[in-house]
Write a protein that binds this ligand. Structure first.
Ligand SMILES: NC(=O)c1ccc[n+]([C@@H]2O[C@H](COP(=O)([O-])OP(=O)(O)OC[C@H]3O[C@@H](n4cnc5c(N)ncnc54)[C@H](O)[C@@H]3O)[C@@H](O)[C@H]2O)c1
Length: 283
């Protein structure tokens, strides 16, 4: 018989990448609804900004998620801080970069994989023992729509997010029959700092655009606010979803990856130019 799924609302959670964007919105939403929140990020100032308005219990920790020993220490600290079972761990921290495969700089790719993939693995391995002992709780790992299909100039990012998807899917199968769940989150474009914080050496299309111009172009096509993303993630986890898609673009990309697994880029390019044309007409 399937066990009823307990809501995470009002119960303790861990969130990485909580100094900005989706992680900050999740922290503020869940705290407002009564959850004690343990927040980690490399950005100390941003972390304190996230925590400042919270009125409930908060633990903050400056932490690089690519540092496995540091993440294990954090899990030990959280264990001592908990007064009730841990409801969920959001392995959310992530970074981006833009480059052609031809001009990829290995150290940039390694930096990104260290955070986007190994950060998720480190968080999962450090906190899973707590959830396993409780035989309850949810491991929520953030992939991306770029973990559903490949996109030009995003080879490292796509590879890291496909890896998160594979890792979390495998974990979900291992956890069958236990009280612990594994959830994968696939955000579409969310209006956050991800593109402004990205590593950038040169316009990968050779059109001479600056990082700021590329970030502005990214933000112009995002469809979802970080607060809305946090709401969708929260509702999805409480609703027992194993995969959570965020935004209409995520549903479109998910469908395209299945319907036209090798030609989706043609459809996306044509849709973007039509929508771009309409936006210009509307101005
Ligand atoms: N914004 C989008 O359109 C989008 C789309 C798909 C997936 N995502 C994913 O959502 C997650 C959240 O990103 P966001 O959009 O809120 O971006 P964001 O840049 O606003 O927030 C990411 C946070 O991660 C933190 N971080 C970076 N490196 C870290 C490290 N080594 N250790 C700990 N924290 C670190 C940053 O300081 C920042 O606070 C990421 O995994 C990202 O890949 C975002």
């Amino acid at each position: 018989m399937r066990r009823p799924l307990p809501s995470i609302t009002g119960r303790p959670v861990v969130i990485t990448g909580a100094a900005s964007g989706i992680g900050r919105s999740l922290a503020r939403r869940l705290s407002r609804l009564g959850a004690p929140v343990a927040l980690a990020d490399v950005d100390e100032a941003g972390l304190h900004e996230t925590a400042a308005p919270l009125t409930g219990p908060v633990l903050t920790r400056v932490l690089d998620v690519s540092d496995a020993a540091g993440v294990r220490d954090f899990a030990g600290e959280v264990r001592g801080w908990l007064t009730r079972p841990l409801a969920a761990v959001f392995n959310n921290a992530g970074v981006a970069l833009a480059s052609t495969v031809l001009n990829a700089v290995p150290e940039d790719d390694e930096w990104l994989h260290g955070i986007n993939f190994w950060g998720v693995v480190n968080g999962t391995r450090a906190f899973l023992p707590i959830l396993a002992e409780q035989d309850a709780g949810v491991m929520v790992n953030t992939s991306s729509v770029y973990g559903l299909l490949g996109v030009p100039y995003q080879s490292a990012y796509c590879a890291s997010k496909f890896a998160v998807r594979g890792f979390t899917d495998a974990l979900r199968q291992e956890l069958r029959g236990t009280g612990v769940r594994a959830v994968t989150v696939y955000p579409g474009g969310i209006t956050t700092n991800i593109a402004r914080n990205a590593r950038f050496r040169a316009d990968p299309e050779g059109r001479g655009r600056t990082k700021e111009q590329l970030a502005a172009e990214f933000e112009a096509v995002t469809m979802t606010s970080p607060d809305k993303a946090a709401e969708v993630i929260h509702r999805g986890v409480d609703g027992g979803r194993a995969r959570i898609l965020i935004g209409p673009d995520a549903y479109l990309f998910d469908a395209l990856a299945r319907i036209t697994p090798t030609h989706y880029q043609t459809v996306i390019t044509s849709l973007r130019s039509r929508l771009g044309g309409r936006r210009k007409d509307a101005r």
